[in-house]
Structures are given as C-alpha cells and as structure tokens.
Design a protein. Structure first.
Length: 195
C-alpha cells in the first residue's frame, strides 16, 4: 500500500495528534505520520511524538521578522518531510493566506463545534450560554476564512443538564478522536477532496 505522508501542526497537549498516530499504526491505515511541528517548544504533544519516533520541529513565530517568513519556514519543514497532507490538531495560530493557499486541498483541521456554528474560540462555553441541546465537532478543509472550509465529517453529542465547558469538552473530545482519523482516511484514499 502506498501510504500518504502526513505532517501534524500542534500547539499544546496533542490528544488529536495522538489519535492520528494511534490510527496510523494499523497496517491497513492509508497514511503515516511523518512529522509533528509545534509553534510552542513546551507543547506536551512534541515529547509524545518524539517518543513515538516521529520527527519533530518547534518554530516560534516571535523569532521571525514576519508571519510570512515564519510560515515559509513551516512549509519548508513540512516539505523536508515530503508530506502529502497537513493536519492541524490544536494549532492555535491563524494562518496567513499564502500558507493556506499553498496547502489548499491538502490541509485539514479539527474544530470543536458543529460548524458553521461557533467558529473561533470558546466553543463549549458559547454553546452552553446559548442553551444548545446538541454540540459536537467538525473536520474540515482549511481555507483562508477562519473555520470556513468544506466539512469532511461531523459528530454530534448531547448537551446534558449540569454540563460545564469542561464536561462538554470531554464528551466532544471523544468524538474528535474518533472522526479525525476517519476523515484523514477519507482524504488519504481520495474519497474526499476540496472543490
Ligand atoms: C481540540 O479541542 C481541537 O478541536 C481544537 O483544539 C483542541 C486541541 O486539543 N482545535 P488537542 O491538543 O488535540 O488535545
């Protein structure tokens, strides 16, 4: 099998990254995780990836004169790993148009809401404040508009009486870890594509 090469961008704990790494261990999974790049050297996910024997890189935007130069080096790093696809997994920076266009159709993200509801941050808190009865997560293509690209997969969870942002987030996270590997499988096997 010709497994697609995947790079993951993270900023933090990397639980979605870990779900992708775990899925890719199955011999019949159509993708392999070849590199993990973080914009924060302290991201716990970096050590997890390194312990799995995966190439890692840490690049701080503050060390670069401009966002464009930072993102050019991100692209160079991803290309040095020869990746076919890029998965954003809790990467907490808004990406510039040039970077996004360079990876158009080849870069996906997991977002903790049922898009187009609750783009941006604090999704669980906002769903609770609205009295939502269902909530969930979406894997979608990345386009220049924040959280606006075409969805690939979504999963719903109920909002329960007494939920806090933490309890709701934990329920959604279980679904994130389930659908992200499934969405990457669809992408890697050519069953979904942008445009
Ligand atoms: C997840 O909730 C994801 O949906 C959002 O950021 C969080 C990252 O968590 N984009 P983790 O680093 O994957 O654990």
């Amino acid at each position: 099998m010709n497994r697609k090469r995947v790079g993951i961008l993270i900023s933090g704990r990397g639980s979605n990254m870990s779900a992708l790494i775990a899925a890719a261990k199955a011999p019949d999974y159509p993708a392999e995780i070849v590199g993990v790049l973080s914009n924060r050297a302290a991201a716990p996910g970096l050590a997890i990836a390194a312990a799995e024997g995966i190439a890692t890189a840490s690049l701080a935007q503050s060390k670069f004169p401009s966002r464009d130069m930072f993102e050019d080096v991100m692209t160079q790093t991803l290309e040095s790993w020869d990746v076919d696809f890029v998965c954003l997994a809790g990467f907490m920076r808004i990406l510039g148009e040039d970077f996004v266009n360079h990876w158009a159709g080849r870069m996906i993200n997991i977002h903790p809401s049922l898009l187009p509801l609750y783009k941006g941050l604090d999704t669980h808190q906002r769903a609770l404040a609205d009295g939502a009865t269902v909530h969930g997560c979406t894997v979608h293509f990345v386009t220049p508009g924040l959280d606006e690209g075409a969805p690939i997969l979504q999963a719903q969870v109920p909002v329960l009486a007494g939920d806090t942002p933490d309890t709701l987030s934990a329920r959604v996270l279980v679904e994130e870890h389930r659908i992200y590997p499934e969405a990457l499988r669809l992408l890697a096997t050519g069953k979904v594509g942008a445009l």
